[in-house]
Write a protein of this length. Sequence first.
Length: 136
Amino acid sequence: MLDLITQATADYHQYFIWMGIVSFVVFIASLLLTPLLLGKIPQDYFIHTNQHKVEIEHLGHLIIVVIRTLIGFVLLIAGIIMLVTPGQGIITIFLGLFLMEFPGKRKLELKFIKHNPTFKALNWLRNKAGKSPFTR
């Protein structure tokens, strides 16, 4: 069994190096970008109970919505990966969900924000970006 593990490690040595490099880059990017992205969200975002409805009025707006959703999806996947590698997995998943457009998004956001440890972590990161804390 030990020989099998040793052989697999030797065979896939390059892949392990690349996985380590990618993990490190994602970790650093999440440390730098997460506070900045959280700083872009309005302080009173969680107070407004009316649900935001996306109205696509022209092609340019559609392109923006698609790009935001794709970036949100990439952040969601990166957050899931960061659950098992170094990084801010839960917060990155949260940011990805913020950017995406899907039915039931508002309910999910409000459910997340009611979780005190998540709320405190979001406000701590906003503080690092020099922004005032969220209100709920």
